[in-house]
Design a protein around this ligand. Structure first.
Ligand SMILES: C[S@@+](CC[C@H](N)C(=O)[O-])C[C@H]1O[C@@H](n2cnc3c(N)ncnc32)[C@H](O)[C@@H]1O
Length: 308
């Protein structure tokens, strides 16, 4: 599908369905999946891209891995991961979605890239697998969560990514606290102790991914942003990557939450490290120095003394 074939009403319906989830199947037709994959998936893909790049710096053990994409939709999460890791690092991708239409769509897209796929049957695989969960939290009622739980319990590692909203952050923090005894939290967390936001209802854990340049340069994207009321310059994300102890390493000691506010003389931001989450402020001497604090990376470390 190309932009010239888009039915804007289909995109509006999909957007509304995501923002106001209702019981029942998410996908009503192949056409809806094609629309989603063209217009919504690339934003999600850009978030996964940054995580994959960052993870490449942290992963100690090499593949091949089985990747399990839970609630796969069009399969954008696993597609980006496979591309980043390289097909040789992936044994196969297992796809699980309550929608058979989605499972088939995702398998076709991955298959077209030469990736071996299988349809999961709603049960965790036997061997070692990396679990991906993307943009499903607002559809998880208690029963759906019960069906996800064994996948989390039995994974070697998992990455759960959601839009960077307070409720998504809260959901991930709850999961993190439940699982602290058995997992190391590698990204974005700079430590695996109690989350510094527990009991804090004002702030939330979110970062920003860098939007692809075509969002600014191609007229279709500009039109899409206006039609859907989405600010394409901003890709907020709340996410959590966890692994069994010793599997992945962490290479940062603090992480900035949200955006820094930068004035002529100071940069200020909420920063998380082992001692907790608190606001930090530093003097800046030039616009260039200030911009470094504003940052766009998913894991923006707070440098007390920026280098010139
Ligand atoms: C907003 S879409 C996200 C799709 C994809 N993960 C992505 O990031 O683009 C949510 C997906 O979760 C699936 N889903 C919702 N509840 C589910 C459940 N209980 N079990 C499996 N899949 C579920 C839906 O069918 C839909 O494909």
């Amino acid at each position: 599908m190309e932009w010239k074939d888009v039915d804007w009403q289909v995109l509006r319906t999909l957007r509304d369905r995501f923002l106001n989830p209702a019981p029942g199947d998410y996908w009503l037709s192949q056409r809806e999946l094609e629309h989603y994959d063209l217009a919504f998936a690339p934003r999600i893909g850009a978030k996964w891209q940054e995580i994959a790049e960052r993870l490449a710096k942290s992963v100690r053990s090499t593949g091949p891995w089985e990747i399990l994409d839970w609630g796969c939709g069009t399969g954008i999460a696993s597609r980006v991961l496979v591309e980043a890791v390289g097909a040789e690092g992936v044994e196969k991708v297992s796809l699980w979605d309550r929608s058979p239409l989605a499972r088939r769509f995702a398998a076709e897209r991955l298959g077209a890239r030469g990736v071996s796929t299988s349809e999961n049957r709603g049960r965790p695989p036997e061997g070692r697998y990396l679990l991906l969960i993307s943009h499903v939290a607002n559809e998880l009622d208690a029963k759906a969560y019960q069906s996800l739980r064994p996948f989390l319990d039995n994974a070697a590692a998992w990455i759960w990514l959601e839009p960077g909203t307070p409720s998504a952050s809260q959901r991930l923090i709850e999961e993190r606290e439940k699982r602290r005894a058995d997992w190391e939290f590698v990204l974005p967390c700079p430590h695996s102790s109690v989350c510094g936001l527990v009991g804090n209802s004002q702030d939330w854990c979110h970062q920003f991914a860098a939007p692809p340049s075509e969002f600014f340069t191609q007229s279709e994207w500009v039109h899409f942003g206006k039609e859907m009321g989405i600010d394409l310059r901003s890709l907020p994300v709340s996410f959590l990557a966890a692994a069994k102890p010793g599997l992945w390493t962490r290479s940062h000691s603090n992480v900035q939450l949200g955006r820094a506010s930068v004035s002529k003389s100071h940069a200020k931001a909420l920063v998380c490290d082992e001692s907790g989450v608190r606001e930090r402020s530093v003097r800046v001497h030039s616009k260039k120095e200030g911009d470094r604090y504003r940052g766009a990376g998913l894991i923006q470390e707070w440098k007390e003394k920026p280098r010139e």
